[in-house]
Design a binder for this molecule. Sequence first.
Ligand code: COA
Length: 398
Amino acid sequence: MSALFGFRWCGSRSQILFNIYGKRLQAPVSKRLIHKTAGVLSVSDSEFTAAQDRLNSLKEDPGNEVKLQIYALFKQATTGKCNISKPGAFNIVAKAKWTAWDSLGDMSQDQAKEKYVGIVKDLAGQEGGEAEVASTSEGALSFTGLKYTVENGVATITLNRPNKKNAVTTEMYSEWVTALDTAGADDSVVLALITGAGDFYCSGNDLNNFMKIDPSDLYEESVKGSHLLERYVNSMIDFPKPLICAVNGPAVGIAVTTLGLMDVVYASDTATFHTPFATLGQSPEGCSSYTFPQMMGSAKANEFLLFGKKLNAQEAFDRGLVTEVIPAAQFRETVDSKVKEYAQLPRNALRLAKNLIRETEKERLHKVNRAECDLLIERWTSDECAQALMSFFSKSKL
Ligand code: COA
C-alpha cells in the first residue's frame, strides 16, 4: 500500500491564503473561485475523499501556509479536536502542524470537511478553470499507468507499467476508480475486463512510494492512503456490471487480494499468486480476509494470507480463486474471444443477475474493507512495517 502515500507537490507556489476559519487573508483569485460550499452546506464522505484525490493531483504547490491549513482541516475532519500534546520547541514542523490543528478549537468535523473541500475546489479551479473536484467523463480520461479502451461492449483496463511489472502507483489507484466509474456509467459498456501489459499481471503496490514520505507525516499519509485504498476496493465491490480479470502472469499483494471481488478470473498457466504481507509487516486487504476463507476454507486461506504461501495457477484454480487456467500461448486470444461472446448477451439480464448474486454481501464487504483499511493505518505506522521495508530495500535493487 506504499503507493498510496505519494502525496507530493511540484511547480510554483500559489498565492491563495486562507485563515483557518475560511476567510481569505489574501486571495488574488477571481470570484469564480468562490465555491458554493463556503456557507452552510455539508459535504458527503465521497466528496471529501474525492477532494483528497484531487489534492494529490494538483500540479502547483499551494505553499506551506495553505498546506498547513489543509493539514489542520484534515485532522479536524477525521479525528476531531486536537488531542495530542504540544511538540517541543525544537521540532519546528511538528509544532507548526500542531498549532494549525489546535487553533481550529471546537470546529465540528462536518465544518472542517466542508472547508477542506472548499479549499481544494478553489485550488483545483485556479489550475484548471473548473471548480469541480472530480470528473469521471470518458473524455477526461487521461491516465499515467493505465490504458482504458472500449470496444464491442467491453471496457478493457490494462495495468500499463510493464517495465515495473505493473506495480501500482498512487495515481493508478485513483485512475482505476475513475476508469471503473466511467465503465459503470457508460451505456455502451456491457462488462469490464482487467489485465496487465507484459509478462506480469501486477507486482502489487509500488514500494518505492514508501521512500517519498517524510517520517513526520507518516500518520497523516497513512490515513490518506487508507482512504484511497478504501475507495479503490469499493470501486470493485460496487461495480454494477460483470467484472472479469485476465491474470496474464504473476500477481502479488493487492493484485491477488482483490480477485475475490471479480466475477470471473482467467489465469495464464504462467500466473502465480503471492501475498507476502507478513514479510512486509502489513496485513491483508481487498476484502481477502473475508472472501478467501469463504472460497478456500480457512485452513488453506490462512496458509496463503498469514504465511504468504505462493500458489501456481493450478493451485489457485484448486482453491477456487481462479475460474479457468489457460495455456500462455493462447491466453489473450482465448480470453478476448470469451469476453466478446459474453458482451453479446442481454446487458440488463447480466446486470440484474450480478446484482442478485452480489447484493446480499455488499454491506458486509464494505464493512470488511473499512476494517482492513483501518488496520493498515496501524500497520503502516508500526515499527514492524518500517523494519520489514528497510530489510526489503537493503536486499533489493528496488
Ligand atoms: N514496487 C516498485 N517497483 C517494482 C515493484 C514494486 N512492487 N515490483 C517490481 N518493481 C520494479 C523493480 O524495481 C525493477 O525496476 P528496475 O528495472 O528499475 O530495477 C522492475 O520492476 C523489474 O523488477 P525485477 O525485480 O527486476 O523483476 P523480477 O522478475 O526479478 O522480480 C518481483 C519481480 C515482482 C518478484 C520483484 O520485483 C518483487 O518482489 N517486487 C516486490 C513485490 C511486492 O512485495 N509487492 C508488494 C506486496 S504487498
